[in-house]
Design a binder for this molecule. Sequence first.
Ligand code: 13P
Length: 255
Amino acid sequence: MSHPLVIANWKMNLPSKGISEWVLNEMISSNEEKDFEEKTSFFKFMGVCPPISHLSELKTLMNFGHFGSQDISRFQDGAKTGDISADMIIDRGCTFSIIGHSERREFHNETNDVVSEKLKICLEKNILPVVCIGECLEDYNNGDTLDVLENQLKEIFSSIISENKLIVAYEPIWAIGSGKTPSAKEVNNIHQHIKDIVQSVANINDINIIYGGSVKRENAKTFFLEKNIDGALIGGASLNGREFLDIYNDFMETL
Ligand code: 13P
């Protein structure tokens, strides 16, 4: 089964020209000639995480690719005002979920322990988890990136044993929305390190590592060309359907 590797994270935004323009004019128009089967096959590595409130609208327009949620509750059900459970997102047609995004950590005080609980729920419910980790600028400047990531991974994965597939998204906090990125070579080395740690801590072998943080049309391919960079998690640039599609095409060309 294919799974998303180039993922749009719209965050709490909608495309400026609206969802139908994003899908029909920016995304589909250049693929109009493809029939349903071709589209399904071509877009098998694309994932989109809109605000959950707009998922149905997006799904009625877009009958290809994978749909995910930007977060899930660490609880299964009950009196947890504002939360959306794993079962609820499955019911809406989501097959994967981002968890542990740095914005959840910053604005909702999510710790590695909370991320670990969410990871367990994803694995239990067969939702493909996209586990976000990343260092702040100070850590990066001090050369502490690998130590920080190792610590995050150990806390998140230490009690996990699973045969399920999973994705780790390496998102340096200082690269998100800043226009700055580490070099593709640096990211490639860091991804190797991440893979080694997850395999040693959690005994999980079926893992992809994707990169997020100021991925744009201009730089996407340099990342995709690296051996250990399996895809991208894209914020700002994904709000423009044309740019997101261009990035996706670049990804497909490097396969
Ligand atoms: P930008 O692509 O806007 O830097 O956001 C990255 C991100 O946080 C995706 O989850």
